[in-house]
Design a protein around this ligand. Structure first.
Ligand SMILES: Nc1ncnc2c1ncn2[C@@H]1O[C@H](COP(=O)(O)OP(=O)(O)OP(=O)(O)O)[C@@H](O)[C@H]1O
Ligand SMILES: [Mg+2]
Length: 497
């Protein structure tokens, strides 16, 4: 016996083989560095958390049973009932708690759901702690909030708190004392505090810095992250605390820790942005209580984050007419953004021409260049091509294809597209223009920002929409028609395609 030391073993994350000793290579499948420490789940060595000690609820009922109230109901046979007709399941209206920021609420699907777990990931220094402390400030005015800082001392958090107060212009601190702060890395202490306070919202910054003393592996290791998250999840579900966890990302940009962490939580949000630009984008990668692919936009200012409710202005560029620029309307969830694309086509001095794209996949650019070469007979294979999306936004959707094609052709021919024109459409390999989703939403955003012409794929019944928006719709069936329509009778047009 290891003198009261909890029992752990090592499990291969590749084949599942178990061993009591650590090896660099799994003896069963031969994979390297796949053995991960785990607590032995045997009944006698099962850890007793304070939550089970005091309440005893964990030992008896599962959380699902608590929800529908069917537990313990003995059937006529004397066997406890475990299932029930779906119609008999009681429904509780989904109460959402506003995070205090419309942009964060939008990504969460309308606000925080009690008892839910949200994981927020992002690069170091991107502003995760700032975002959550700002949100905690706002929420603490309406409900009880516990902020657990496992990475920073209470003094550091207080300093940030003070900066944020100055950002908001708050002078009176007396009414903002509902926020409870705990600077602690020991999981047991955090669980006890959660039990004692039973806050409506708890923020853990970060899950990788928490440490379960019953595991010998270092904080941040796969076993630690999984055990800490599971223990927190149990207590959060039981006492209806909305839990916000900060998660680190690896060098490759993935959330650090086991994949099981992403399955365990109800929502995974990523906070991203260019270190050299001030805007920050918040996205939902997974959400059990709302749509994914929603986008929240913030701007990092001197003292904290400010919401950007009109992000199109951020991605629109200078709007000075210049050759090689085109404007598209991208959609992110229910939000549409008017974005400027810039292309530079220049004679190559390499054996194979260079193609560099920022904000758009290089493969997509290669495909569009091939379509233009084939269907417009442009000798682009003898030219280097650079493409950039203004504002550092990543545009993944194919609806940007026509805009990319127009920017490339405009740069190649040294043309300027008429100002006030947006281009929307996906390019097929045969040069045809394919319809895109959410066209109405895109046209509305373009009209709102003062654009007066839109080149779109051919589709019936758009006339009424365009008239309502005071927008001239130019419908095209293929890329050549679309470019002729976009350039129109502009004086700089040299030759039709
Ligand atoms: N004392 C300060 N004064 C001014 N700006 C600061 C200060 N501390 C932080 N910032 C700014 O806030 C940004 C975000 O910091 P924050 O600590 O919120 O990031 P984070 O994502 O939590 O980082 P980490 O992963 O290291 O915890 C920093 O990159 C910096 O620009
Ligand atoms: Mg931080």
């Amino acid at each position: 016996m290891a003198l009261g030391r909890p029992s752990t073993h090592y499990v291969c994350s590749s084949c599942g083989a178990q061993t009591r000793q650590f090896f660099g290579r799994c003896a069963a499948c031969g994979s390297w560095n796949t053995l991960v420490e785990q607590a032995v789940p045997a009944a006698d060595s099962r850890r007793r958390r304070p939550v089970s000690r005091s309440g005893g609820a964990l030992a008896g009922r599962s959380s699902a049973e608590d929800w529908n109230g069917a537990a313990g109901e003995a059937a006529a046979t004397g066997r406890p009932r475990r299932s029930e007709p779906i119609d008999a399941v009681g429904e509780r209206p989904l109460q959402r708690l506003s995070s205090g920021y419309a942009e964060l609420d939008r990504v969460l699907g309308g606000g925080l759901v009690p008892g839910s777990l949200v994981l927020l990931g992002g690069d170091p220094g991107i502003g995760k702690s700032t975002l959550l402390l700002q949100s905690a400030r706002a929420m603490a005015e309406r409900c009880s909030v516990l902020y657990v800082s496992a990475e920073e001392s209470a003094q550091q958090v207080k300093l940030r708190w003070r900066r944020l107060a100055e950002l908001e212009g708050a002078t009176d601190q007396a009414d903002r004392n509902a926020l409870q702060l705990l600077s602690e890395t020991d999981l047991e202490m955090v669980l006890q505090e959660l039990e004692a306070l039973r806050p409506a919202v708890a923020i853990i910054d970060s899950i990788q810095a928490l440490h379960d003393a019953e595991l010998s592996s270092a904080p941040g290791s796969v076993a630690q992250v999984r055990e800490c998250a599971a223990a927190l999840a149990r207590i959060a579900k039981r006492q209806d605390t909305a839990l916000l966890l900060v998660g680190h990302v690896t060098k490759e940009g993935m959330l650090a820790g086991p994949k099981v962490l992403e399955h365990l939580v109800d929502a995974v949000l990523t906070f991203e942005g260019d270190r050299f630009a001030s805007h920050r984008l918040l996205r939902a990668v997974k959400n059990r209580f709302g749509a994914t692919h929603e986008l929240g936009v913030f701007e990092m200012q001197g003292r904290g984050l400010a919401e950007v409710s009109n992000p199109s202005e951020l991605f629109l560029g200078s709007q000075e007419p210049s050759s090689g620029t085109a404007t598209i309307v991208a959609c992110e969830g229910t939000r549409s953004l008017v974005v400027e694309l810039q292309a530079l086509v220049s004679t190559t001095s390499y054996a194979s021409p260079r193609r560099t794209a920022t904000g758009i996949g290089t493969n997509r650019l290669h495909q569009i260049l091939a379509v233009l070469e084939k269907h417009l007979s442009l000798p682009l294979s003898r030219f280097d091509c650079y493409l950039a999306v203004a504002g550092g936004l990543e545009v993944e959707e194919p609806a940007a294809d026509l805009g990319v094609a127009a920017a490339v052709v405009a740069s190649f021919r040294d043309l300027t597209l008429p100002p006030g024109t947006v281009l929307i459409g996906e390019l097929g390999l045969g040069g045809q223009l394919r319809p895109v989703g959410q066209l109405e939403l895109r046209l509305q955003e373009a009209a709102r920002l003062g654009f007066r012409r839109a080149v779109v794929p051919k589709a019936g019944g758009l006339g009424g929409l365009a008239a309502g928006l005071d927008l001239q719709l130019l419908e095209a069936g293929n890329v050549a028609e679309a470019l002729v329509a976009a350039l129109g009778s502009h004086p700089s047009q040299e030759e039709p395609f």
